[in-house]
Design a protein around this ligand. Structure first.
Ligand code: SF4
Length: 286
């Protein structure tokens, strides 16, 4: 007798690449048609499967002593000293910095000229935060990754402070740090530099996670914006699973869920989402 299979209801958030990553990939792919090897400063995106595909086209992450025809700077920017060093080793440098990040870089330059001390809310090791800090130079007041770092400043009042943030940081953290400097400066300027595409995904994470039995967040384990989605989803739904691809799905747990939300980081290729949906559509419920 043929057993009837009841598959889970899937609620899909915004998935696939953000505009910045999509544009960077397309520029790099075009360059591989003209150059045997295209070097990149750091990985062009945080997804192993997609990086593997790009490597097969001749894309290589640059190592210390590499030199060649062409190198591509990442979507989240490069410091001036990195660019100067690369100019000595590569004939051509292609900059694919995302327009949202460029806007923050330009804001910092303008704020420096206008005498502001700059606070950057971001993860200290993250490329974008490092690049923004290097542009702020001696005008950098501090980089804040956690509100506990503000405790030592409780008795300080600063004359002119401006706040920007890493594009993929949590809006909640940015608002808390802004409130602090609103109370601890004579003049305070706030610029919302969180990328609207990541805000949309963060809002969806909160909304979808509340409505489903379990949530799958798909993305690279080293992707900052994906980790943020995991934090948000798991804060409202304890059945949140963080996977890089369909092979990491936990079918035992997922088969207990009648409704499943799918979210993805901005470096996750659409074909991985499709593979996951295909697998879930053949998942019998317990
Ligand atoms: S997450 Fe936003 S800021 Fe970062 S590359 Fe994508 S579109 Fe640009």
């Amino acid at each position: 007798m043929h057993r009837k299979v009841r598959t889970p209801t899937i609620i899909l958030g915004t998935t696939g690449f953000c505009s910045g990553v999509e544009s960077a990939i397309s520029k790099v792919e075009n360059l591989t048609k003209a150059y045997k090897n295209v070097y990149t400063l750091d990985a062009i995106l945080h997804n192993e499967a997609e990086m593997g595909r790009l490597r097969s086209l001749g894309v290589k992450e640059v190592k210390e002593d590499d030199s060649n025809e062409i190198i591509v700077l990442p979507a989240h920017g490069a410091t001036e000293s990195e660019i100067n060093a690369l100019q000595k080793r590569f004939k051509k440098i292609v900059d694919v910095t995302c327009p949202f990040v460029l806007r923050t870089e330009n804001l910092i330059k303008m704020l420096k000229e206008n005498g502001y001390k700059i606070v950057i809310v971001g993860e200290k090791h993250h490329r974008e935060t490092r690049v923004l800090s290097s542009i702020a130079e001696d005008k950098l007041l501090l980089v804040v990754s956690n509100t506990s770092e503000l405790e030592t400043l409780e008795n300080e009042v600063f004359p002119k402070v401006a706040l920007v943030s890493q594009s993929t940081i949590s809006k909640d953290l940015v608002m808390k740090v802004s409130e602090f400097f609103l109370r601890h400066s004579f003049e305070f300027r706030f610029f919302d530099t969180i990328c609207p595409e990541t805000v949309k995904r963060q809002n969806e994470a909160n909304d979808i996670a509340k409505r489903v039995d379990c949530v799958i967040v798909v993305g690279g384990k080293n992707s900052s914006n994906t980790r943020r989605l995991v934090e948000i989803a798991s804060s409202v739904n304890k059945n949140t699973y963080f996977v890089e691809d369909a092979f990491e799905l936990n079918f035992n747990e997922l088969s207990k869920c009648a409704s499943i939300g799918i979210l993805s980081g901005t470096s996750t290729p659409p074909y991985i989402i499709k593979e996951i949906i295909d697998k879930l559509n053949h998942l019998p419920l317990i």
